[in-house]
Design a protein around this ligand. Structure first.
Ligand code: PGA
Ligand code: ZN
Length: 393
């Protein structure tokens, strides 16, 4: 039974306030803290400022005391009911998700990878690591994240080693070329090189490793309502020119993973791109879907993508994110659980990626994000008969 709930104001990796909730049950104390995005989608659930969350918490706290934590889905329904809006704009997704995850932690005594019945031979997700960055995450490039996917790794530990080696070599190369600006919000390198020269360098440096390359274009931040505006490359593209440009880049650099290559409401261009490239490349919708079941259904109907980013704080409770995962998997979509750029040291994303049988997980490769990857390394040792997932395409 839930005996007590507490809330604290903590700080995330960007140094901005975040919250942590702690739930006390008869069995122990269980906490959860929630990350925050920098390049958020406009259809995400609402994150509220910490002071408002603290006030909201004191109003709703009594409703949870005495409840059975094992009914974590019931707790999530209560959160939805107390909020009463479509997008958690009254309570704040940061409040609802922190209670939701802390409660699931209590229900499974910290092992939330068990929310779905564990099977023998569990597959561990291949990490996707951000090595060079730009866009709203700061950096020189227009595109937000240049990504490596170490598909040849035999364990999560080896995957981290490969990603970090590539990241370190890139830093060294950029320094030698005098093209290094520094590190951005996700600890990815910021470079003076333009987006295409960055891809040339990334292709060269990663040549010796068994990795696939990807980009999170975060295209909504290039979109001015009519055109995609590239400051660094000096281009201004219509939606159909953007489709052509992305196709050309994906083919030339043999990209495997394309996240948000089109702005968040461009279902039609997503569909065209998915038609052209979707057999060989993962076309993942992040801002396009915002982990929202209605938007996902629209994407499925239109064959807009073959993959979906899952960020539980875009929707507000674990049960709601779980439902989105269920719908996506039922329709053969590739799910990619993802961190946010303002992370906490909490590692629940790693557990959920296992519970959901995700073939990939998107997480940073240094700083606070190491906690997720370290959790995968820990679970790899703890769970019998494990193997790394295969690339989904
Ligand atoms: P975020 O976005 O800064 O909102 O976390 C990261 C991403 O676009 O994947
Ligand atoms: Zn993204």
């Amino acid at each position: 039974m839930i005996r007590n709930l507490k809330i604290f104001s903590i700080f995330n990796s960007k140094g901005t306030p975040a919250i942590m909730v702690k739930i006390q049950t008869d069995n122990g104390s269980y906490s959860a803290s929630i990350p925050s995005g920098t390049s958020k989608g406009k259809h995400e659930a609402k994150e509220l400022p910490v002071e408002r969350v603290l006030k909201n918490f004191s109003k709703i706290r009594p409703r949870f005391v005495g409840k059975d934590e094992r009914d974590w889905r019931g707790i999530d329904s209560l959160l939805k009911e107390l909020d009463g809006t479509e997008n958690f704009s009254k309570l704040g997704e940061n409040l609802s998700l922190s209670i939701s995850i802390a409660c699931a932690r209590a229900a499974f005594e910290n092992e939330i990878w068990k929310i779905h019945k564990p099977r023998m031979g569990m597959e561990f997700p291949i990490p996707i690591g951000n090595v060079i960055g730009g866009g709203k995450h700061l950096g020189g490039t227009d595109w937000q994240e240049f990504l490596v996917i170490p598909y040849g790794a035999k364990s999560p530990g080896e995957a981290v080693e490969i990603m970090v080696s590539i990241w370190a070599s890139l830093g060294e190369e950029l320094r030698k070329k005098k093209m290094l600006i520094g590190k951005n919000v996700e600890n990815a390198w910021m470079t003076k090189l333009d987006d295409l020269k960055t891809l040339d360098l990334l292709s060269d440096v990663s040549e010796d490793w068994k990795v696939k390359l990807g980009i999170d274009f975060a295209s909504s931040s290039l979109w001015d309502g009519k055109r995609y505006v590239y400051k660094k490359l000096g281009k201004s593209l219509t939606p159909s020119q953007q489709v052509d440009f992305i196709t050309e880049v994906a083919e030339k650099y043999r990209l495997y993973y394309l996240e948000d290559p089109i702005q968040e409401d461009g279902f039609r261009q997503f569909m065209i791109l998915n038609h052209i490239l979707g057999k060989d490349c993962i076309i993942a919708g992040d801002d396009l879907y915002c982990t929202n079941p209605e938007r996902l259904r629209k994407g499925i109907k239109n064959k807009a993508t073959n993959g979906i980013i899952i960020k539980p704080n875009q929707i507000g409770t674990l049960s709601l994110a779980d439902e989105v995962v269920r719908i996506a998997k039922e329709r053969g979509m590739i799910i990619i659980p993802s961190h946010r750029s303002g992370e906490t040291e909490d590692d629940w994303l790693a557990d959920l990626s296992l519970a959901w049988d995700a073939p990939l997980i998107k997480s940073g490769i240094t700083g606070s994000d190491m906690t997720k990857l370290n959790r995968l390394i820990e679970l790899w040792e703890d769970i019998p008969e494990v193997k790394m997932a295969k690339l989904p395409l």
